[in-house]
Design a protein around this ligand. Structure first.
Ligand code: 5AD
Ligand code: SF4
Length: 482
C-alpha cells in the first residue's frame, strides 16, 4: 500500500520503473523534489486546487488527483487562487462544458497575476474531440490536458508539465488497464466512494458516456474488498460502490462474479455500517440483487433507478431496452419486497421526437412509482451520439412546457413521500455542521433523506438515532434521541 511508502527515499538517478504503480511512485517522488525546491525559492508553500464538475465518479477521481498532489507536497486549497489548478470536467450535458469555458476565462486573468500558476484540465470533456480542439486553439494558457483513461498517470504527467514550457496533452482513446494502490485523499473521513467498475457498454442513444469513459471494465473483487477493509480501518463507516451500471459488474472478469455476490462479500466487512451504490440500470436489476438488499442490514434503503422516459416509443429510440410496463413491474416488485426502500430516478425531457403526450406518459409513471426524488434534465444534444443525428429535434418552447409540468408532479410526489416519515425515529449518519446555523448537525438517513438537529461537531462520522419532528418539504428538522 502507498501509505507505507517513503517517497523521499525513492532514488531518482536511474530510469523510471516500467511497471505500475511503482512508476507513478517514482514520479510522485520527482514532483515532490520539484515542489520542495520551488517553495524554498519562493519562501512559501506551493498550493493546488482540484475543482470537480459532474458526477460521483468524477468526485472520486478528484480524490485520487488530490492524493497525488498532497504526496507531491502541494498545500491544497478550495478555491482557484492557487499555483496549480486542475479542473476535472464533465460533458454529460452541454451546460457542463459551458461552465468550464466560463471559468477558464476567470483562470486566465488569475494566471496573468501569478506567473507561477499552472492550469490542468482532465475528465470527460477532454475525451471529446470538439472540446479538445477548442481548448487547444482558444485557450492557449492551459498547461496540461489529459483524459479519463490515463488518470492513473497523473504524477507522471505532472512532472512532464513542470519540466515543459509548452501545453502537455495526453489523451487515450480507451484502455483495459486498471492501476491499483495509488494515493487517494478522501474529502470525508467517514465515507467514501469506491470504483467497482469503469466505463459503459449500454450506448443509450442520447448519452456521451460510453464514448468518453470507454468500455466496461470491472475491478477484481479481491482488490475492492481490500480497499474497503483499508478504508474501514481508517475510520470509514459508509461506502458508495460506483459504476455506470453496477448491475453488469463482474460479467467480464476472468472468473465472473455478480454484483449481488460482491455485495454479500462487502456486507461481511466488520466495522462497515452502510453500503450504497450507484447506478443501477433497470434492464438488468436481478431478483438476486433484490434478495440481497432485502436481507442486508447494511445496504441503505435507497435505490437510484433511472427511468429516462415513461413512453415506450421514446424508450425504444433511447435504446434503453425496457418498456414502461417492465419498469413499473420492477418498481412494484421492489416496493413489495422492501417497503421502506426509497426510489429515485433520472428523467430526460425533450429527446428527439418526444411529444407532450409522451411527457404525459412519463408523468403517469412518476405518479405510479411515487419517486422519493427525481432529477429532471432537459435533453442536451451531444455530438457523436445517435440521438444527435436524429432529425426530429424538439423546439425549446415545447420542451419547457413538458418540463415544467413534469417538475411540478415530481416535486409534489417527493414532498408526499418525505412527509410519510413524520414522527419516526431513524438512525442518521452525521455528515457536517449546518452552514447557516452552527448549532445544528446535518445527518443522512439510510433512505438518503437529510435531517437537521441540535448537535455538535464531534458527532460528525457517527450514526445517531434521530426523531423526525418536522418535515420541511424534502428534509426534516429533528431531535437526537440516543
Ligand atoms: N441530455 C440530457 N440528460 C442526459 N443524461 C445523460 N445524457 C444526457 C443528455 N444528452 C442524464 C441521464 C442520466 C444522467 C446522469 O444524466 O438522465 O441518467
Ligand atoms: Fe460523470 Fe458522465 Fe459527467 Fe463523466 S460525463 S463526469 S461520467 S456524468
Amino acid at each position: 500500500m502507498y501509505k507505507n511508502i517513503d517517497f523521499d527515499s525513492i532514488a531518482l538517478t536511474g530510469e523510471a520503473p516500467g511497471e505500475e504503480p511503482r512508476r507513478q511512485y517514482y514520479f510522485i517522488a520527482k514532483a515532490r523534489r520539484y515542489v520542495k525546491e520551488q517553495s524554498e525559492k519562493l519562501g512559501r508553500p506551493l498550493t493546488a486546487a482540484v475543482i470537480t464538475f459532474g458526477c460521483q465518479m468524477n468526485a472520486r477521481d478528484s480524490e485520487k488527483l488530490t492524493g497525488i498532489l498532497e504526496q507531491a507536497g502541494y498545500e491544497m486549497k478550495e478555491t482557484e487562487e492557487a499555483d496549480l489548478v486542475i479542473y476535472n470536467t464533465c460533458t454529460v450535458r452541454d451546460n457542463a462544458n459551458q461552465r468550464v469555458y466560463g471559468r477558464l476565462g476567470v483562470l486566465n486573468s488569475l494566471k496573468k497575476q501569478n506567473p507561477h500558476m499552472r492550469i490542468g484540465l482532465c475528465g470527460c470533456m477532454m475525451q471529446e474531440e470538439g472540446a479538445l480542439e477548442k481548448i487547444k486553439t482558444s485557450y492557449r494558457f492551459v498547461d496540461l490536458i489529459f483524459g479519463t483513461h490515463n488518470i492513473f498517470k497523473f504524477a507522471e504527467l505532472l512532472c512532464t508539465m513542470l519540466e515543459s514550457e509548452r501545453m502537455v496533452i495526453d489523451i487515450w482513446k480507451d484502455t483495459d488497464q486498471i492501476v491499483e494502490d495509488l494515493p487517494v485523499e478522501r474529502k470525508y473521513s467517514f465515507k467514501s466512494g469506491i470504483n467497482i467498475m469503469f466505463g459503459c457498454n449500454n450506448f443509450c442513444s442520447y448519452c456521451i458516456v460510453p464514448y468518453v469513459r470507454g468500455r466496461e471494465r470491472s475491478r477484481n473483487p479481491g482488490d475492492i474488498l481490500r480497499e474497503i477493509q483499508a478504508l474501514v480501518a481508517d475510520g470509514v463507516v459508509e461506502v458508495m460502490l460506483l459504476g455506470q451500471n453496477v448491475n453488469s459488474y463482474g460479467k467480464n472478469l476472468e472468473e465472473p462474479v455478480s454484483f449481488a455476490r460482491l455485495l454479500r462479500e462487502v456486507e461481511k466487512i466488520q466495522g462497515l455500517e452502510r453500503i450504497r451504490f450507484m447506478t443501477s440500470h433497470p434492464k438488468d436489476l436481478s431478483d438476486e440483487l433484490i434478495q440481497v438488499m432485502k436481507e442486508s442490514n447494511k445496504i441503505c434503503r435507497h435505490l437510484h433507478l433511472p427511468l429516462q422516459s415513461g413512453s415506450n416509443r421514446i424508450l425504444a429510440a433511447m435504446n434503453r431496452r425496457y418498456t414502461k410496463e417492465q419498469y413499473l413491474a420492477l418498481a412494484e416488485k421492489i416496493r413489495r419486497e422492501i417497503p421502506d426502500m426509497a426510489i429515485t430516478t433520472d428523467i430526460i425531457v425533450g429527446f428527439p421526437g418526444e411529444t407532450l403526450e409522451d411527457v404525459e406518459e412519463t408523468i403517469e409513471v412518476v405518479k405510479k412509482v411515487q419517486y422519493d426524488n427525481a432529477f429532471t434534465f432537459i435533453y442536451s444534444r451531444r455530438t457523436g451520439t445517435p440521438a444527435a443525428a436524429m432529425e426530429n429535434q424538439v423546439p425549446g418552447e415545447v420542451i419547457k412546457e413538458g418540463f415544467d409540468k413534469l417538475l411540478k408532479v415530481v416535486q409534489d410526489t417527493a414532498r408526499e413521500r418525505a412527509a410519510l416519515l413524520q414522527g419516526q425515529i431513524q438512525p442518521a449518519l452525521v455528515e457536517e455542521m449546518n452552514g447557516q446555523d452552527p448549532s445544528l448537525a446535518t445527518g443522512r438517513l439510510s433512505n438518503n433523506t437529510i435531517v437537521h438537529f441540535p448537535g455538535t461537531a464531534d458527532q460528525i462520522g457517527q450514526i445517531v438515532d434521530v426523531e423526525l419532528k418536522e418535515c420541511r418539504g424534502f428534509y426534516y428538522v429533528g431531535r437526537q434521541v440516543t
